[in-house]
Design a protein around this ligand. Structure first.
Ligand code: SAH
Length: 347
């Protein structure tokens, strides 16, 4: 057993003072994902592809349609960021192959435990630690579901003395959020600098950097991408950091490395970065509206005809994915494409 992350953090903080929330979140999630399968009913949380095969299938159909209308380039690469158990890729590739699209498969995954599960689900795939080693010779069809929400985030807080970075300190053996000592006003966009003490704003340098790389690839190699996550598409204030363990919200500072830490994705910021990098932003729409435009009702009806005994289950899974009070609105689907690639269905 390796030393608990909490002990490592405690020592580090005792020696050098509070660490940034971004450092805390990055290390905690790396440790969390490295050693376990967090998905499913026996795990900590469940994601759309684990709810129903319809989710991955409709993503596969969208990618195949883009590829077909772009003139069926070959070769072409399917790239997925943070593929979890490989369920989305398996469902999407099955649907895509049904439409004549049979891409090379590249999975960007840092967790050894999840790589093992992906290897079983997707024989023939190639694994990467980050996008840098994904081939540059052909267009990419890229998917990321609940990947960006797990990337480390920087929070800034307005104090009586101005803007400061949110840090994590340790008091009598407990981790606590504290404001940093370093002035950070310069890191806050000018139009947001005036704020009440206590106001928190979030930025994600890691998400910005991954987005910039995806967009640069789409601009240079061609292709299309779907980024699915929970988040907002207008600037907002307030902390969205949360921790989930065994399907319950828990204190993010309680057991670093033992719970999944996530934040809401700032889709407006990502769209701005994509466009600044020469890529086409097709739109950002609610997951419910997107899945309905892609024909989830027809797909659900067809699955129910094949398995009449499962009709109620299939309907419940569909509702979970699309209903406004479930994943339909909070989750969003952002579409991107390279210059000269078509507009996507659903936008
Ligand atoms: N997309 C899957 C899993 C979501 S969980 C699904 O929808 O079910 C987040 C995934 O991203 C996991 O596979 C995790 O190991 C991976 N991940 C998180 N941070 C990462 C990073 N910095 N680099 C590569 N993979 C990462």
């Amino acid at each position: 057993m390796s030393e608990p992350l909490s002990a490592i953090f405690e020592r580090l903080i005792a020696r050098t003072g509070p660490i940034s929330l971004m450092h805390y979140m990055g290390e905690a999630n790396a440790r969390y994902y490295a050693s376990r399968d967090p998905l499913g009913s026996g795990g900590d949380f469940i994601t759309a592809p684990e709810i129903s095969q319809m989710f991955g299938e409709l993503i596969g159909v969208w990618l195949a349609d883009m590829w077909f209308r772009a003139g069926r380039p070959a070769p072409v690469h399917y790239v997925e960021l943070g593929p979890g158990r490989g369920t989305l890729a398996r469902d999407a590739l099955r649907a895509a192959r049904g439409q004549g699209l049979d891409p090379q498969v590249h999975l960007v995954e840092s967790s050894p435990a999840l790589r093992g599960l992906q290897r079983a689900a997707l024989p023939g795939a190639t694994w990467h630690h980050d996008l840098a080693s994904v081939p540059t010779d052909a267009p990419i069809l890229l998917v990321a579901n609940e990947f960006f929400d797990a990337l480390p985030l920087r929070q800034l807080v307005m104090t009586e003395a101005g803007w400061r970075e949110c840090m994590v300190g340790c008091e009598s053996g407990r981790f606590v959020p504290v404001a940093g000592l370093q002035p950070m006003d310069i890191a806050v966009p000018e139009e947001r600098r005036q704020a009440e003490p206590g106001t928190v704003i979030e930025t994600s340098p890691a998400a910005a950097s991954v987005m910039g790389e995806i967009a640069g690839r789409l601009a240079g190699q061609g292709g299309a991408a779907l980024i699915v996550d929970y988040g907002h598409d207008a600037p907002r204030a307030g902390s969205t950091l949360q921790a989930v363990r065994a399907h319950q919200k828990v204190d993010p500072f309680e057991a670093p490395g033992e719970a999944d830490l996530t934040t809401h994705v700032d889709f407006a910021a990502l769209a701005g970065i994509a466009q600044a990098s020469g890529c086409r932003w097709l739109g950002t729409v609610g997951q419910g509206a997107w899945l309905q435009a892609m024909g989830i009702d027809v797909r659900a009806a067809s699955l129910a005809r094949t398995a009449p005994g499962q009709a109620a289950v299939i309907e419940a899974q569909k509702q979970r994915l699309i209903a406004e009070d479930q994943m339909g609105i909070l989750f969003k689907v952002m579409g991107l494409a390279g210059p000269g690639w078509p507009d996507g269905w659903g936008y």
